[in-house]
Ligand binder design. Structure first.
Ligand SMILES: C[S@@+](CC[C@H](N)C(=O)[O-])C[C@H]1O[C@@H](n2cnc3c(N)ncnc32)[C@H](O)[C@@H]1O
Length: 252
């Protein structure tokens, strides 16, 4: 039997046990042993709730194991819709956030692009002679970006690149890199910043933003220290809604 069917069955058991519980109290049958019935029905309900929760956990584990692109701690495809939330787009707008760092004709890396909330905005800014390298670990995320740009002129500007777990595999020098909501997901922040340093042209900028619920003030400060140790220096600390943010300049 499928887990979803089992969960439905246990939900039914909870409803029946709850009804019997109420009935036994209301109709006052087995008056002398009412406490026994209370214990029995409560135990049945508790058991069913625990089974539903365990089945849910098992489902999640199987889903993760089934997806070859995932690793612990990354934002999975089932949460992809949260990245594209229309309210988020009001504050996280590529034009407003990155305008001053991008020129026409630039090559921009959108590392951990996810569903591509910024990719099209970036493509508009670099123009037809520029390039946006939209990079992600999960093919499913890249497919979402592909769907968005299908048949549009941005297909020529945005290149979708499947990253490896330890390295993006990119070699092309970039004029600007954005790493939005991704540093807390990488296996090693140090390796990540070293790679970004090697990809960025000297004097150019790396923009990082982290969600406050995943990066505390302390852990974000630690990320900054690691980035500085990899050859970056802080150029700005822009204020961004739902983001701890830093813009780094590659020193040499
Ligand atoms: C929380 S999402 C953010 C997506 C997007 N930047 C945004 O702001 O909506 C993080 C994304 O980074 C990707 N990711 C995590 N580790 C990565 C890595 N080492 N290389 C490339 N992408 C990675 C995940 O697959 C996920 O799509």
């Amino acid at each position: 039997m499928k887990n979803s069917a089992k969960q439905l069955l246990y939900s039914f058991v909870i409803v029946v046990a709850a009804l019997l519980f109420v009935l036994s109290v209301k109709l006052r049958f087995a008056q002398n042993y009412i406490w026994l019935l209370e214990i029995l029905f409560t135990s049945i309900m508790l058991f069913a709730v625990i089974r539903i929760w365990m089945l849910h956990k098992q489902d999640l584990k199987e889903k993760k194991a089934a997806s070859p692109d995932t690793k612990p701690g990354i934002c999975l495809m089932e949460h992809a819709h949260q990245l594209d939330n229309p309210f988020r787009k009001l504050g996280h707008n590529a034009g407003r956030l990155f305008k001053k760092y991008i020129n026409k004709g630039d090559t921009v890396i959108d590392v951990g692009c996810g569903t591509g909330i910024f990719s099209i905005g970036l493509a508009k800014m670099v123009g037809e002679h520029g390039r946006v390298l939209a990079v992600d670990l999960q093919q499913g995320m890249l497919d979402k970006v592909a769907e968005k740009i299908k048949g549009s002129k941005y297909e020529n500007t945005i290149e979708l690149i499947k990253s490896g777990v330890e390295s993006t595999g990119l070699t092309e020098p970039a004029d600007f890199i954005i790493a939005f909501y991704i540093v807390h997901e990488v296996s090693s922040a140090e390796n990540f910043f070293k790679e970004m340093h090697s990809l960025l042209k000297a004097g150019k900028y790396l923009y990082i933003a982290e969600p406050p619920h995943h990066a505390t003030t302390e852990s974000f400060a630690e990320m900054i220290t690691v980035a500085e140790g990899c050859g970056f220096e802080i150029a700005a600390r822009p204020k961004v809604i739902m983001g701890r943010t830093a813009v780094f300049c590659r020193r040499n």
